[in-house]
Design a protein around this ligand. Structure first.
Ligand SMILES: [Zn+2]
Length: 102
């Protein structure tokens, strides 16, 4: 009788320990999930913010030759090493000046 009672207590203790470990694992996982979620939110906020400013810059560029705004520019490196944007109309001009197409 004494032996089986000890066995019951032992099994009970093991089950209790398992439940405690499971509960701690669950709580720990939740805390980790929260931390991950806040990290993701921060990153997405940062991304959207930087993405907006980048879009504003890349909207429409001015041609370096005719100063007209063009959505599509070809970029060349000038003799002075500067990067210049050239519209379709002025591209032959840039080619004639033998600029390096980027
Ligand atoms: Zn042009």
């Amino acid at each position: 009788m004494g032996m089986s009672l000890t066995a019951i207590w032992t099994i009970g203790g093991i089950i209790g320990a398992l439940i405690l470990a499971w509960a701690l694992f669950k709580i720990g996982g939740k805390v980790r999930d929260k931390a991950e979620a806040s990290k993701v939110i921060k990153m997405s906020l940062y991304k959207s913010r930087s993405g907006k400013s980048g879009k504003g810059k890349a909207d429409k560029k001015t041609c370096s030759f005719c100063k007209k705004k063009s959505a599509r520019l070809a970029f060349y490196a000038s003799e002075t090493g500067q990067v210049i944007g050239v519209c379709d109309a002025c591209r032959p001009q840039a080619e004639r000046r033998a600029l390096n197409r980027l």
